[in-house]
Design a protein. Structure first.
Length: 302
């Protein structure tokens, strides 16, 4: 939908801006044999990998897939098992497609920029640069090529050769970047075409289904917030003796030291029976302890 397109566009723009800032403030090629390749590939690959992991982590569908269990209402049949596998594959593809937006953008922008690729591949260029001694050894040649990304370290007689090598590497990097973009665009287009071809719903029915799922999720989120607030309010009222937000509070409860200690500390989800959990220490205390303790009257007119 439009929301997905807008979200992906925002992610891509933020990634491009972050890449430019990241490159400007941190990237400095070491210009040393053996280190250029590691340094350049690290700047290409590590941020892309981090962005991919973050993309998976920020997608709610990932956690639904990880924590989800088969519904007890479904019968154990081969057909249901096949449908479940298809659903898992579909959700995985959807999650992966969304998570790939940022890392692919990062790779495409950095390849088109060319700086990282030039640093990583400079010592492996197979060209006969001008002004070089034909009797130079292979190791010395690699050392000279490794220096080319740092213009201030290149001898004057090799300036022309250096410019030629840098142009060649930028050409290779930019071509690779545009090819990556082309492959991604074609893949996304074909994926949408295949999904539409194999969809059991008509075009308008699919739009209705997507709208229904969106509205159901919004309403469910609203109900979660309201239900959990009302449920938590019962436990808070039991502990303090009044409903938060009330304008006419007749009395308040004074919790004991033992009760303060009971609700303090680290809270973990605790299963109390086959169907229910205690969500917090206060929740656990409210369900176990009877309503008693010290109460203090409050004056309506201070």
């Amino acid at each position: 939908g439009k929301e997905v397109i807008i979200a992906n566009a925002i992610i891509a723009i933020l990634t491009i801006g972050g890449q430019q800032l990241f490159s400007f403030f941190t990237f400095s090629c070491p210009c040393h044999v053996g280190q250029n390749l590691i340094y350049g590939l690290a700047f290409l690959g590590v941020p892309a990998l981090i962005l991919l992991v973050v993309g998976y982590a920020l997608n709610n569908q990932t956690w639904r897939l990880v924590t989800g269990k088969r519904s007890p209402l479904q019968e154990e049949t081969t057909q249901n098992g096949l449908l479940q596998c298809k659903l898992i594959c579909f959700v995985l593809c959807s999650i992966t497609g969304r998570a790939l937006v940022a890392p692919v953008t990062w790779l495409a922008v950095t390849l088109i920029n060319g700086s990282y690729y030039v640093c990583a591949m400079s010592e492996y260029v197979s060209v006969h640069y001008y002004g070089a001694n034909p009797n130079v050894t292979a190791s010395e040649r690699r050392r000279i090529l490794a220096v080319f990304p740092c213009s201030q370290l290149v001898p004057p007689e090799l300036t022309r050769a250096r410019d030629e090598v840098i142009l060649l590497l930028r050409y290779q990097s930019q071509v690779a970047g545009w090819l990556l973009i082309a492959v991604v665009v074609i893949t996304v287009f074909l994926s949408y075409c295949l999904a539409s071809c194999f969809s059991p719903l008509s075009f308008l029915h699919f739009r209705y289904w997507r709208s229904y799922v969106h509205n159901e999720q919004e309403l469910f989120d609203e109900a979660i917030d309201q239900h959990s607030r009302l449920y938590a309010m019962q436990h808070v009222r039991k502990f303090f003796g009044f409903v938060p937000g009330s304008n006419n509070v007749k009395e308040i409860r004074i919790p004991s030291l033992k009760e303060w200690q009971a609700i303090s500390g680290l809270a973990f989800l605790k299963q109390v029976d086959a169907e229910h959990y205690d969500y917090s220490l206060l929740h656990d205390w409210a369900l176990k302890e009877p309503v008693n303790g010290k109460y203090l009257k409050t004056n309506e007119d201070p």
